[in-house]
Design a protein. Structure first.
Ligand SMILES: NC(=O)CCC(=O)C(=O)O
Length: 302
């Protein structure tokens, strides 16, 4: 059987220190991506909301228009910066996420819509995937954290799997999406070798669940998983957990950062998924005569 990951590849997860200055964030991201490329990375990932602060009050202010595609430079400077950067670096670039506006935004009751959107570009600078966060981050843990993305954001409605022809299929989702294992299982059963989550957990849920979620998605599906957070900024309204990490198909951590700016550089090995699946053959032991196969359903953006 053909290997899911066709050849070994170096993955970079860039834990970027972002500021309130979008132009600065874009140029800082460029220098970090080029640095990772010099070290051999061929798939490079940026964090959720990598070019703005993370927070409901910031989404409208920083939002860019991505439709029609390609947008003009004025409609989306981030689209063009990411596309140019993927080409300059010669890498697959998963551009974290940016707030996206569709129509004219005049508040949550108006006609316009905001999404939390991830754009992925090929080494020729072509847009190859667009994922709108499907599960909005709405939580309320008394005395700890209340956050309601749904106050301003609209959820996406597609699962995103993209084919990188030299390497294989990659699934892209955003942060809170990781808590819904169906997305991961569907993508893995559709042949993804890698699940990527640009994400910004916080100091409450990060300590509890960040590593657990990453390792669980890898363990359940026997695939590689990469989580890419912004670096922590204690001056910001929202304090990201950091700890970007790459996990192998046996749920072993290949590399995990602390909370500061840095880059995970992890070698994903061709053959490793099949080796793990041979040892623990979940893939031939599933009992779809007892429970349904979730990968038979779903809406896709492939
Ligand atoms: N940005 C997010 O979706 C945060 C998700 C999070 O912190 C969680 O605990 O889940």
């Amino acid at each position: 059987m053909a290997q899911l990951l066709k050849q070994s590849v170096k993955l970079a997860l860039i834990q970027l220190a972002s500021t309130a200055d979008k132009a600065h964030n874009l140029s800082h991201a460029r220098s970090k991506v080029l640095e990772a490329t010099k070290q051999g990375a061929k798939i490079v990932v940026l964090p959720e909301c990598f070019n703005s602060p993370y927070g409901t009050k910031y989404f409208p202010q920083y939002a860019e228009q991505l439709q029609p595609s390609p947008p003009t430079e004025k409609q989306s400077p981030s689209f063009h910066a990411l596309s140019n950067l993927a080409k300059e670096a010669g890498v697959y670039l998963v551009g974290g996420s940016i707030p996206e506006v569709v129509g004219k935004w005049d508040g949550p009751e108006g006609e316009g819509k905001l999404y939390n959107t991830s754009l992925t570009f090929s080494p020729t600078g072509e847009l190859v995937a667009m994922h709108r966060k499907v599960h909005l981050f709405d939580i309320d843990i008394p005395g700890k954290i209340r956050f309601k993305e749904s106050e301003v954001l609209t959820p996406g409605n597609k699962i995103s799997i993209v084919d990188f022809p030299e390497y294989g299929k990659v699934a892209i989702a955003i942060c809170y999406d990781i808590r819904f294992p169906e997305l991961a299982t569907i993508a893995a059963r559709k042949g993804a070798f890698l699940l990527l989550y640009p994400g910004a957990f916080n100091l409450t849920t990060g300590a509890l669940h960040w590593e657990l979620q990453a390792r669980a998605r890898a363990m359940d599906n026997q695939v590689y998983v990469g989580l890419c957070s912004p670096a922590r900024d204690m001056e910001a309204d929202y304090n990201a957990w950091g700890h970007s990490m790459a996990v192998d198909p046996n749920a072993e951590i290949l590399q995990q950062l602390d909370e500061k700016e840095g880059t995970v550089l992890a070698e994903l090995k061709a053959g490793r998924i099949e080796e793990v699946r041979k040892g623990i053959p979940l893939y031939t032991q599933r009992r779809f005569d007892v429970y349904p196969d979730v990968s038979e359903g779903g809406k896709f953006d492939e």
